[in-house]
Design a protein around this ligand. Structure first.
Ligand code: PPS
Length: 288
């Protein structure tokens, strides 16, 4: 059972009460999406903070001021969180907005708008390792227990934002046409500049080669880790204890191999494969 003191339930999703409330979800439901809004949608631990670093400079001609002076949660706010009502209406357009929402829980105005979406996926095995450490360092999340216990919760969807497979499948929406672009965390690791060029093209924007180089350099793991506006060290230790596990922890692909026994790997893979059956989505990690 999930801890009622820590989580609220919204349309079947467990949401941490520290940043979600009845009011924040009403705000989401009534939110007026603008045609030039750009959303980065992710299942938690798939590259949200990275996109909060990438999108603002791509949308404002390469200016790094906002990523150097404004915390990530105010620079590209979560649509569903309590900060949204305080900052989103004041953000200059085009706005970068992030969300962990499943597709059908987006506000009605989203479906009528032309707003674009960048959907970022990460190997669920690395997602769960990242999430396991996050649950250990964040006092507003349930104690994850052992890695095996946490895997069971993850696979049964008894974690914040529910099942990874449901989230990913919910955003496979051909009707969104050229409003949506799919990228993976792993592609960003392999060729950040290439992915940023693709994002610029998708958004119909351009940057000089030098400006793009500066953004790419700023968004490397090494540089983000030392950026106070993005590494969560501004959050009091009682809420996030970066000494237990830094929020920007390892920033690599394949760390799951250090946590999964062969048996756990077989079980995890079988459940994910079964639930993804018939979805026609192929990910780079499926071949591993
Ligand atoms: S959250 O809580 O949903 O907002 O978390 P999210 O930001 O989606 O995911 C956190 C993981 O993303 C890693 N990260 C990066 N990896 C590589 N390069 C860059 N620049 C980068 N920025 C964030 C972060 O380290 C978390 O992954 P782990 O595996 O825990 O290191």
């Amino acid at each position: 059972m999930a801890d009622n003191d820590l989580y609220m339930v919204y349309h079947g999703l467990l949401l941490p009460k520290i940043v979600h409330s009845e009011e924040s979800l009403k705000y989401l439901e009534n939110f007026q999406v603008k045609d030039d809004d750009v959303f980065a949608v992710t299942y938690p631990k798939s590259g949200t903070t990275w996109m909060q670093e990438i999108l603002p400079p791509l949308l404002n001609g390469g200016d790094l001021t906002s990523v150097e002076t404004i915390p990530n949660w105010d620079r590209a706010p979560w649509l569903e969180e309590t900060r949204a009502a305080l900052v989103l209406d004041k953000l200059p357009s085009p706005r970068a907005i992030v969300s962990h929402m499943h597709y059908h829980l987006m506000p009605p105005s989203f479906f009528k708008s032309k707003a674009k979406v960048i959907y970022v996926t990460r190997n669920p095995k690395d997602v769960i390792v990242s999430s396991f450490h996050f649950h250990q360092m964040a006092s507003f999340l349930e104690d994850p227990g052992t890695f095996e216990e946490f895997t069971d919760k993850f696979l049964s969807g008894k974690v914040f934002f529910a099942k990874w497979t449901d989230h990913v499948k919910s955003w496979q929406k051909p009707e969104l046409g050229d409003r949506i672009m799919y990228i993976t965390y792993e592609e960003m690791l392999q060729d950040l500049r290439g992915v940023l060029s693709r994002i610029l093209k998708f958004l119909g924007r351009e940057l000089s080669a030098e400006a793009l180089d500066r953004v790419v350099d700023h968004c490397t793991f090494k540089n983000m880790k030392t950026n106070k506006m993005s590494n969560y060290t501004l959050v009091p230790q009682e809420f996030m204890d970066n000494k237990k596990s830094p929020f920007l922890r390892k920033g690599i692909a394949g760390d799951w191999k250090n946590y999964f026994s062969p048996e756990l790997d077989a079980k995890f893979t079988a459940v994910i494969q079964e639930e993804m059956k018939g979805s026609n989505i192929r990910f780079p990690w499926d071949e591993e």
